[in-house]
Design a protein around this ligand. Structure first.
Ligand code: ASP
Length: 323
């Protein structure tokens, strides 16, 4: 038998590892070795090194855990890596790994929408597809990817768009990069890599994430500096707009810390040069706010925190990464 690619599988928890137990509902119980053992046909695809750095639901994952994964992947002497975790934060973890992974080997994040003991559990199929992609030389140079439901998504584009369906993941800006069919990666498009930032040594600087709604005047913003926040991301309306009544609060915050303007829309860029009314993107950018480009707010928040941790100018980081 020819040498199979060595693939590192790091399991962090999530529904893919969850089973009904003594307590209420699903909880993470399985580790990487058990997940790998449940995948038929895997031995033909790769030689797997299985490790379980965490066993948590993904809303409780900390960026430091992903930084630890990035460090472990950098030290691993194989062809690629798969990170298995809860789907709630896959879009953030994949983006973090994309920003922290410096070499060309594929890093693939996957999970499952149905628990390990559920009828039609999607975990084994997702794990097999993820390992298939991580083992394929065609996936080199693409940074981090998310693979679920046999679709391959770029880390910076992927979003969780449904609370329940196995087809929950989508790339609203540009579509998936490819599919896994007949056990093979079919790559349909490539993305250029974004910037790579240093793997942080400790906790990331706190960055606030604030959604916006009709009639909000932004009075909450004045509290952020006193709460220890080092930056803020505004999930604004439309192409990057807040009510006129909130402009002064946004401007004052932008004088105190880096403030990034993202959109609560599902797709499309934050504008920079179209609307000039009070509270519109041109008004806010003129007051020192930075546009998030195509990045959704949760990813913009991680980029800002990593840039602050690295001592990189946030404006420079966003101009390179927010495509
Ligand atoms: N709440 C779960 C988690 O993110 C959902 C999942 O894994 O699909 O851990």
């Amino acid at each position: 038998m020819s040498a199979r690619p060595r693939i590192l599988v790091l399991s962090l928890g999530g529904t893919i590892t969850m089973t009904p137990g003594a307590g209420p509902g699903l909880n993470p119980t399985l580790g990487a070795a058990e997940l790998v053992a449940a995948v038929p046909g895997l031995e033909a695809v790769a030689e797997v090194v299985a490790e379980s750095p965490a066993r948590v639901a993904s809303p409780s994952l900390e960026p430091e855990v992903l930084a630890g994964c990035a460090r472990r992947i950098a030290a691993f002497d194989g062809a690629g890596a798969v990170v298995v975790q809860g789907t709630d934060t896959i879009e953030e973890s994949a983006f973090l790994l994309d920003l922290l992974h410096a070499d060309d080997r594929p890093v693939v994040v996957t999970g499952a929408m149905r628990g390990a003991a559920a009828a039609g559990a999607d975990g084994p199929a997702n794990l097999l597809a993820a390992i298939t992609v991580a083992a394929d030389p065609a996936a080199r140079g693409l940074g981090a990817l998310a693979v679920l439901n046999d679709e391959v998504h770029a880390a910076r584009r992927v979003r969780k768009g449904h609370t329940a369906l196995p087809s929950a993941f989508a790339s609203p800006n540009g579509g998936p990069l490819g599919v896994v069919a007949e056990g093979r990666l079919r790559l349909l498009a490539r993305v250029a890599r974004g910037p790579v930032l240093p793997i942080p040594d400790g906790p990331l600087p706190p960055v606030a994430l604030l959604g916006w709604g009709m009639g909000e005047d932004g009075r909450l913003l004045a509290a952020l500096p006193g709460l220890g926040f080092r930056g803020a991301v505004l999930e604004a309306m439309g192409a990057g707009h807040v009510p006129a009544a909130a402009v002064e609060a946004v401007a004052a915050l932008a004088r105190a810390m880096p403030v990034v303007l993202a959109s609560r829309c599902w797709a499309g860029p934050v504008f920079t040069a179209t609307y000039g009314y009070p509270g519109a993107e041109m008004d806010l950018l003129a007051r020192g706010v930075l546009p998030a480009g195509l990045l959704p707010a949760a990813k913009a928040r991680l980029l800002l925190a990593l840039a602050l941790a690295a001592g990189t100018d946030p404006a420079e980081a966003f101009s390179r990464a927010a495509r």
